[in-house]
Design a binder for this molecule. Structure first.
Ligand SMILES: [Mg+2]
Length: 368
């Protein structure tokens, strides 16, 4: 599927994703590793609503806190593990750079980049998560050499207002709202404009839930509710931990009224989104298909992200046995990523090295 205008629109499930799903997005039967089982437990806590005890929500909220070195939840590592043993299994993408580029020989690298905590630092006010100038220049260069997509939980327009680069693909609302490059770019292939959107029936519902959450949480100091078009984020990084129970109860009371919405969690954020089978992993597959790499071995997708929601994309890459997931984290975490980077500054260094390597290989090819 290289030309999106030729595809038929279809509903995947009753509450609707519109557009074509890649064949690879169909569920795959598999046996579960202990790591998979831990992830599944966390997912279960996230997706249950009415019957879930608030304690389970709180444990999950604590697990998402980047300030805790150790946590006691299912997604954390055993106490005996430390960073040095974790890094053996998830080595730095900088130290493995040569191996990564060697794996791309004869293949097209496609870059997928989360935004918050990956390209921009995590800040207290989500409206001020600006991207440093040098990072923007680096991402611009990356997009010159490789098809590049920003994949974020944010509203697509909002993340564009931060990134401000026209030659990229943007997948907002956890991939439920995807748009192609808006300016001439060799990877555009007629893919400008909106390529994928969740069914518009969710828009008034999300608006309603956003307003209800603003109202219900206004008594809890530090809460920040953000309307991300196809999902709503309730940020609690500025909320005193003593108020987390109250916050979880208020969010649950709103969510109970909307059976077509579910809760997921990120770093100090509760996210409410449609119960459709669509996430950052499906968005990655959709974009690969859009770029013409659906069933191709000539592609090396690289996905860099720091959040729980990025695990869906890391998992897809593992299942496809294709490309690499790179987790941005200073702390050991259960992850499906292959490699790690500690912070956005290291992401910038990795991307810069990738651009420099590509420039050098082109020069060498011309001289040969
Ligand atoms: Mg992030």
């Amino acid at each position: 599927m290289t030309n999106q205008q030729n595809v038929v629109v279809l509903d995947v499930i009753s509450c609707g994703v519109r557009n074509v799903l890649p064949p690879s997005s169909l569920p795959v039967a598999k046996s579960f590793s202990p790591q998979d089982l831990k992830m599944l437990l966390m997912k279960k806590l996230e997706t249950e609503k009415g019957g879930t005890k608030i304690n389970a929500w709180l444990d999950s909220m604590r697990a998402s806190s980047p300030t805790r070195i150790r946590s006691t939840t299912a997604a954390s590592l055993p106490e005996t593990d430390d960073r040095s043993s974790w890094i053996v299994h998830h080595p730095s993408a900088l130290s493995m750079f040569e191996q990564i580029v060697a794996a791309s020989r004869g293949k097209q690298i496609v870059m997928f980049l989360d935004y918050d905590g990956t390209l921009s630092p995590i800040v207290e006010d989500p409206d001020r998560a600006f991207m440093p100038k040098e990072m923007r220049a680096t991402v611009r260069d990356v997009a010159r050499y490789f098809p590049t997509a920003i994949v974020t939980g944010r509203c697509r327009d909002k993340v564009y207002s931060f990134v401000k680069l026209a030659g990229l693909y943007y997948a907002g609302s956890h991939g439920m709202d995807i748009k192609g490059p808006s300016k001439s770019c060799k990877y555009k292939k007629g893919n400008q404009g909106v390529l994928f959107q969740a069914a518009s029936e969710f828009l008034p519902m999300i608006d309603e839930v956003y307003r209800a959450l603003v109202e219900k949480t206004k008594s809890i100091p530090g809460t920040r509710v953000e309307n991300n078009k196809f999902c709503v984020s309730v940020h609690f990084r500025c909320v005193d931990e003593k108020s987390w129970v109250a916050l979880a109860e208020q969010v649950r009371s709103v969510l109970n009224e909307y059976p077509k919405l579910k809760l997921t969690q990120g770093r100090k954020v509760l996210e409410i989104r449609p119960t459709i089978k669509w996430d950052k992993g499906r968005a990655l597959e959709f974009l690969l298909e859009t770029l013409g790499y659906a069933n191709s071995n000539d592609v090396l997708p690289v996905y860099i992200g720091d959040d729980r929601s990025d695990e869906d994309a890391f998992k897809v890459l593992r299942e496809r046995r294709q490309g690499f997931g790179i987790l941005v984290s200073k702390l050991p975490k259960e992850t499906n990523a292959s490699y790690s980077l500690q912070e956005p500054a290291e992401v910038k260094e990795f991307l810069r090295r990738l651009v420099d390597w590509k420039k050098m290989s082109r020069r060498a090819a011309k001289c040969a």
